[in-house]
Structures are given as C-alpha cells and as structure tokens.
Design a protein. Structure first.
Length: 647
C-alpha cells in the first residue's frame, strides 16, 4: 500500500512524499510528483529518511538516569513508572515553587501542526512557563512587519518569472534545494542573479557574487536607497500612493554616501553602481532574504533596510523571506482557554542565564536538542547539570540533551503518527498519514501528553482530543485551505489561498518607510547601519551543515566532524597549516578544532558549520563559543556576531 507523508523538518521546502509500505515496514519513499513544488526529487536528507527511522540508535523504551548528569547512563523502565515519576515531580515542584517553575522547552524538531503545538494544551492546563521561539527568524519577521505589515512576499512561481533575482544572505543550494532549482530555471529564461554574501557559497557560483563584509548589509541597502532617491530612480506614483514616511527616509538616507558605503561594505563602488542599475531596470525582480544574515546584533535593521528597496522602485511585495499562508486557529490547537493566568515566557536564546538564576526547577524538552543548538553552551550545560533541575527529554535518539535528562522517553518519527504540514516557502498544505506502527514503545507527542494528563488525573476533554479530530477541525475552520480534509487525504496536499498582498497590516495601512511604532519601541523610525564591533580580531559565522537540519541527522553522518575555514592570508599570518588544528577562544571559553584553509571566506572571517552533536565531535561544537546576545528586534539570536581570537 502507499500513504502520503511530509518531510517534518524545519526547512523551506516541506516536501510532499509518497510512501510505500510492505508487511508493516517502510519500503520506499519518493517525491509526490503531483505536488508542483516538490515535483521531481527529494534532497539527500529526505532520501535517507527510511535509514533514519530504522536506525539501530533509536530510543525504543522509557529510561531513567542511573549515573551522573551528562554521563548518558540509563536503565530501562516501564511507561507506567516513567509517567508516574513525571506526574509526581510536576505536582511536587508546582506545590513547592509554583507552576512557573515547570518549563516547556520545545522548538521545531517537527514542523507538523499537531505534534508541534498540541502539547501546549497540557502545559497550559498545568500553568507551566514556556520558552519563546526566538532563536531563528524573529528579527527579520519583526522588521518586515514594521515596513510591510507581514513577512509575506513573493511566491515560488512569481520568483521564477523574475528578470532579476537577488539572493541576499541565503544559500538555497543547501537550505532550499527546490528553491535553488527555481532560481536556475529563472536563469535559463534569462534572469540575472546577484548573490550578496560574505561567504562564497555554492549558490554564489550561480551569478554575480558581491562578497560583502559581515554585518554591513544595512549599509549597502541604505547606500542603494540614497542613490535611488538622489537620482530620482524611485517609482514616484507608487511611493506617493502606497507608502508613508518617504520624506523622513529621504532626509536620513543623505548621510549614506555611496562612496562611504563602499568603504564600509568592502565592495567596489562600480559593483554597487552596477547592482543598483540592474535592480532598478530589470523588472520584475525579487530579493530573497536569508535567515542567517539577520542572526546578527544589527540583523533587524539589515532586513528592514533591504525590504525598503522594493517599495522604492514599485515592486509590490518584491521580496521573499518567510511565507506563512495558514490561518489555523492556534488558540484552539494550543488550548489557550485552558489557562486563565498570564503565561511566563523565557527567551530561549539566553536560557542559560535563566537556569543560572535557579528559577526553573523542572524542564520538559521535546522537539529540541538545546545542548547542541543553543549558544553559550558552557552556561547552558552548567544549568542543566544541576541536580536541583529535574529534566524530561522526549526524543528519537540519545542526544546530548538526553544525556542530561532524568527521564528519557521514546518518540515517534513522522511515519508513525498523523499530522498536517505547511511550508514557509510554497503554498501547499500537506497531510502526513500514519504509515507504520510506532517502533518499540515510542509514543507521538500527542499520545505522550494525553497519557500524562490521564496519569495526573486531569479531566478536561481538550487534553484527550484525538489527532484526526483535531486535523479535521483545523481544516474545516480554516478560510485559507482551498479544499476539504477528505480531499487532502485523497491527493496528499491542497493549495492554500493567498491573501490580498495589496493590504498592508501596518498602523497606517501603508508600507511604512518611517515607522512611528518602531520609534516608540526604541528601534528607530527608520533603519540604520549599526556597526558591530569587537576587540577580538575574527568574526565567526556558523551556518548549518548541508546534510543536517540544525542538529538532526548527525547520527546518520557521524563522519561529519567540525572544522574551521580560514582565509589563506589569515592562515599565513597565524602560521597555520591546512589540515592542522586551531584553538579559538573568547569570553565563553576555548575550542580546539581542525582547520581548513579556504578562499570561501574573506579576511577576518572564520566559518564553522553547526549544529553538530558535541558528543559526536570530541565533546564540543561551535556553540561553545557563540554569543547568547539578545538583539532588539524580536529578542532574536545573534549567533553570527560571535568574535574570537586564535589562541
């Protein structure tokens, strides 16, 4: 038989899959060729999903710790004992320290709506605190909301029809393989491609690479804005009718002289002038803005300045960042009505400081591996090593985080439960059907929290609603889903309607080149280039490895070991040999790692891929050095504003 599935990972592409099952086991998986975006292929990570599901390293039974935290010593226990212990600890710690001392720590290990969000019903019911999901893209989201009212920009088929595509701080060759194919198809039709990135990525080989200095992207954008306004290259009618704050933007932009901005960015003046000329003349066009770029101390200002460029030349929504077309009732899904008190939130970026302060007495981790993915690992690990903290981890594998748990619970893969998936690139909702029975004693997120609610004697009916009923309710209540639940099951996917992109959900109902709201919030009425400085000589950039999704799949590729890439001139100055080792240090500590001399990085910049499991990488990964600075825009991370010295 065959069933429909979806790749559950935190990835732009959210691929639609056709799975064939024989004798209760996965036999093969293929791209659903009827779904226009996924059509044709799955990426290497998707192709390896069967091997991932049947890995001998899967956690298949509940376990409790018998050694020191971090040693990874556990013994098998029953589900009854595990649930009873967890229920007892929740009751005990809630009574003694308050329900806020119980922390729901989750993120995007699965992007399915039910398995990601249904557990919040349980945590709302018991009054637990929660982490904010600020580690990834919140700064860019906030910036785009200030200017455009939302992050909704161009759709894939519109990008493919563009005459110019600007890939700014994004490497879709690795992060969105189907998006990369779209760019290549557009190029075959004659589109010109610019890639603006400090790193010479695989995507940079597609077109004209502007190798900008890290953290200076706002300077480039503001220099372009100044040149466009000063030379009256803007679309006057569009600016007059669709935007507000143009005069203030014009006043502030005068200080961003193009010659000075060339000096700041490291680009040649001619490169900038050619780019502006092409950007203004080749229409339609799109700026594809990457997530990694805005993980800087000034990341919000960078995205905000870049996003103003389409408005100046009259390109309605002429950008792509993150498409969110689903209008599912999240209050219903997460059970917002199950709590009457205001929920306490802690920023996941600096959760190490929260743990250090001793406010959290119990931590329930699912859909996440914080001891690989969070910045400032030394501080986070000290907090999670405390015997005063009781930790539960629900996962498929014994991650670094699981090694620090008191109770480890086996989780299901995407083929072992029902779910619904939407993309933050394309406009399709995909069903994920249950293809096989859970391996061993694994439970899905939803089954786990239904079982825990029963063990605790909770009786609220919302805590026990089954997955299919939730899925049907979400689809039936949605105005964006162009179809029915039955149609979804029959085809595997349905299209999501695109809202009117001529409507701007800003206070003025226009594109806000100047934002009074941003000024009130201390972000500045207009974007600015804010220089990022350090006394340390090297900026360390940490994109995700091509074969990983954050820390996921490292068990499938244990041969991937950490390495730091350094420019050959810097290597000569530091007397480093290719293939040798390098010791990096900053205020967080130090890290000894392999070194590779490469021309993909400019002078003054180091690169190391994340987020490898420390336990598979000699005990540390690059996040033992990354900063836990919380930036002003959306409380977002600033991983790429990490600075180090070579010790």
């Amino acid at each position: 038989m065959y069933v429909f599935n979806a790749c559950p990972r935190d990835c732009y592409d959210t691929c639609a899959i056709v799975t064939r099952v024989r004798n209760g086991r996965l036999h093969s998986i293929d791209a659903n060729d009827k779904q226009p975006f996924t059509h044709g292929f799955l990426c290497p990570k998707g192709e390896g999903l069967i091997r991932y599901v049947y890995s001998k390293q899967r956690v298949l039974h509940p376990m409790k710790r018998v050694g020191e935290k971090g040693e990874g010593k556990f013994k098998r226990i029953s589900w009854d004992e595990a649930l009873g212990t967890i229920a007892e600890q929740i009751s005990k710690r809630s009574t003694e320290f308050g329900t806020d001392s119980i922390l729901q720590f989750d993120y995007a290990g699965t992007m399915g709506y039910i398995q990601r969000y249904f557990p919040s019903r349980f945590f709302n019911a018991i009054g637990a605190s929660r982490v904010t999901h600020t580690i990834c893209s919140r700064a860019g989201d906030t910036a785009l909301e200030l200017v455009w009212g939302s992050s909704l920009g161009m759709l894939p088929e519109e990008i493919e029809r563009c005459r110019l595509i600007v890939v700014w701080g994004m490497n879709p060759a690795w992060s969105s393989p189907h998006g990369y194919e779209i760019i290549k198809r557009a190029q075959k039709r004659g589109a010109k491609v610019y890639i603006i990135d400090p790193i010479r990525t695989q995507t940079a080989e597609l077109g004209t690479h502007l190798q900008i200095r890290p953290t200076t992207d706002a300077a480039l954008a503001l220099g372009c804005i100044n040149h466009i306004i000063a030379n009256r290259l803007y679309h006057d009618d569009f600016v007059q009718t669709k935007t507000t704050g143009f005069d203030r933007l014009a006043d502030i932009s005068r200080k961003y002289d193009l010659n000075e901005m060339a000096r700041v960015t490291g680009l040649k003046l001619r490169e900038m002038e050619d780019f502006i000329a092409d950007y203004v003349s080749l229409r339609p066009n799109c700026i594809m803005i990457g997530f990694g770029m805005q993980r800087n101390r000034n990341g919000g200002d960078m995205v905000r300045a870049i996003s103003i460029l389409p408005a100046l030349i009259g390109e309605r929504r002429g950008f792509f960042y993150s498409t969110d077309l689903c209008d599912f009732d999240m209050d219903y899904l997460e059970g917002a009505s199950l709590t009457s008190r205001r929920k306490v939130h802690y920023n996941m970026v600096d959760i190490g400081r929260t743990l250090e302060q001793g406010r959290i007495k119990m931590m329930f981790v699912y859909n996440s591996n914080p001891l690989a993915t969070l910045p400032n690992q030394p501080l986070v690990r000290r907090g999670m090593a405390s015997e005063k903290l009781f930790t539960v981890v629900h996962d498929l594998f014994m991650t670094d985080t699981a090694d620090y748990a008191d109770i480890v619970l086996p989780a299901t893969s995407t083929f072992e439960h029902l779910d619904l998936h939407a993309s933050y690139f394309h406009q399709f909702l995909t069903i994920n059907e249950k293809a096989i029975e859970p391996l061993g004693e694994a439970k899905s997120n939803s089954d786990l929290f239904r079982a825990l609610a029963a063990t605790m004697g909770l009786t609220t009916k919302e805590l026990f609603e089954d997955d299919e009923k939730i899925a049907r309710t979400l689809v039936s209540k949605s105005k964006s889903v162009d179809g029915t639940f039955q149609g979804l099951k029959k085809k595997g996917f349905v299209k999501l309607k695109v809202p009117n992109r001529s409507v701007f959900r800003t206070p003025s109902r226009a594109i806000e080149l100047y934002s009074a709201r941003a000024a009130e919030e201390g972000l500045g009425g207009t974007p600015a280039h804010v220089e990022v400085q350090s006394k340390l000589p090297y900026q360390l950039i940490t994109p995700v490895h091509r074969l990983l999704v954050r820390s996921q799949y490292h068990t499938e590729h244990p041969d991937i070991q950490p390495v730091v890439y350094i420019n050959k001139r810097d290597a000569a100055d530091e007397e480093l040999e290719d293939g040798g080792t390098i010791k990096l240090a900053n205020e967080m500590g130090d890290w000894t790692v392999g070194v590779e001399i490469s021309d993909i990085v400019p002078r003054g910049v180091l690169l190391s891929y994340s987020a490898l499991w420390p336990k598979l990488s000699g005990g540390k990964n690059v996040n033992f050095l990354t900063t836990d600075y919380v930036q002003r825009y959306g409380g977002n991370s600033a991983f790429n504003s990490t600075f180090v010295r070579i010790a």
